[in-house]
Design a protein around this ligand. Sequence first.
Ligand SMILES: Cc1ncc(COP(=O)(O)O)c(C=O)c1O
Length: 430
Amino acid sequence: MTDPTDRYERSTPQSRELFEEARDYLPGGDTREVTFHAPYPTFVEEASGTTLTTADGEELLDFLNNYTAAVLGHAPEAVVEAVTERFARGSGFAAPTREATELARRIVERTPSIDHVRFANSGTEATMNAIRAAMVHTGNDDVLKVHGGYHGTHDTVMVGVDGDGPEAGVPREVGERVHTTPFNDPDALAAAFERHPDLACFVVEPVMGHAGMVPATTEYLEAARDLTEDTDTLLVFDEVMTYRLGVGGAQERYGVTPDLTALGKFIGGGLPAGAFGGRADVMSVFDPSAEDGAIHSGTFNGNPATMAGGAATLDALDADAIARLNDLGAVARERLADAAESVGVPVQVTGDGSFFNVHLTDSPVTDHASSAAGDPATERLFLEMRNRGVFLAPRGMGNVTTPMGEAELDRLVGTFEEALGDLSPEIAAD
Ligand SMILES: Cc1ncc(COP(=O)(O)O)c(C=O)c1O
């Protein structure tokens, strides 16, 4: 059997060349940690619908979709039109525009927990400002987050992501006020609330991305709701990825209502965007006329082209589209699990709605510690699938988009079965 890395290198000489050139200017040859995989990442020239075209002219069926941001697939016509039309009339002004109100209205109408919303330029800024709102509202500095949870790269959430304390470059003091608790463990959560009586908020994702798309149990989210209410602490849902799971996000799907919600990924129609919103009394800390309020500013906040792209995306992502995506995701998870069983490799397929994640393990995956995301066998599987023209995250994560249907699932599952079959002797030997 050929080494998948050899095959990858043979079919991607242009990517290698571009990577070598990039390394002269960009540390590690790129500007985003998560896109790297050994021996070097694929350079993409363009994308349309379900397909990426690489620098080597290969066509890849994209099940990664910019880590869930491209929910309508790539370059959807209505969004491209809305963005280009708006951009051509001026790309940003130091003044409010009707487009921001239009996107805000859509988010508020769709999401019962969001009375008021503000826009930023990334999910990182969204969680940062949601947490800041909770701090100003409660007067507390301490934050509780899930161990292994990823919420972007600002200091407060960069604690207990890959390791146990503050990640590299995060001041030690931050680790003293940010505490972590295991995912999906209501007893540990209750104990954490007892240990830390002065919390501003508990931040949690309804489906934990960094664990490999592991859904929270309803019991866990309900415990989080009760504990935050009992202690006058705010519940912050990071729905940067999960907002696509229901018209009103995962909070609607799971029936648990947070005080504040962070959004990102597709919320700007593919342009850089984040949003955070929630109860009017909490969000009022950002009203410039409020005394002792919080400062929230940003040159590109509410950029009209981004807002127009976001509105066009939400218009396309209606209840029917979401139901169809969630059904397709359920079929993908079931068929991937069946395929693994037929090959005889122990696999857990996690996810919910339009998300799936393949874990090469026979033990149930319930949190970051039990996740097999990021292990070397999963990366080899990713490369085997990539060599056969199907693109997933190296950690085994994927998601379906609106232009996809049965044909794309057939290709996904067929390729997975073949790749897993090729790898199974190696996996058995690990
Ligand atoms: C759950 C979650 N929160 C926050 C973020 C940060 O978003 P951004 O990369 O736009 O800063 C991400 C990014 O992947 C995410 O998955």
